[in-house]
Ligand binder design. Structure first.
Ligand code: HEC
Length: 114
């Protein structure tokens, strides 16, 4: 009897947890958004005093805010993050893990057409 109850509780737990696994892309994008806000937004965000956005705007990049782009690809994003450019620093794996970088790429390519 005790075991049957434990089994039922387990079954309920699995059923309740199922929706979380049904949309892995969504949670990946959410995770990317969080990591992006921490490491990238200070330079690439909207508003004044965002040197990355200002630098891209000065080069004529439209839109200058990375989150509004639909032309960035995951490999390109990874190259910039791991190697830096101009005064954008190199991010090491101890700062941004490969999994976090995958999530950032998923977030920044979420609106791409293909
Ligand atoms: C200290 C400021 C700074 C931070 C932090 C920063 N960047 Fe940058 N980023 C720049 C600058 C400056 C450029 C070059 C702009 C230019 O070419 O005029 C750039 C360029 C890029 C580009 C290339 C865009 C293009 O079209 O050429 C990508 C992609 C990019 N950054 C992604 C990121 C991501 C993702 C993060 C967070 C992990 C990040 N950056 C954090 C300053 C920063």
């Amino acid at each position: 009897m005790k075991n049957a109850r434990a089994f039922l509780l387990l079954l309920c737990g699995v059923t309740l947890a199922a929706p979380a696994f049904a949309a892995p892309d969504e949670s990946q994008i959410d995770r990317g958004h969080r990591v992006y806000d921490k490491w990238c937004f200070p330079c690439h965000g909207t508003g004044v005093g965002k040197p990355g956005t200002e630098s891209l705007a000065a080069r004529g990049q439209k839109p200058a805010v990375l989150e509004e782009r639909t032309d960035l690809t995951a490999p390109l994003i990874k190259i910039f993050v791991r190697h830096g450019v101009l005064f954008m620093p190199t991010f090491r794996k101890t700062e941004i893990s490969d999994a976090d970088l995958d999530a950032i790429a998923a977030y920044l390519t979420r609106n791409n057409k293909h």
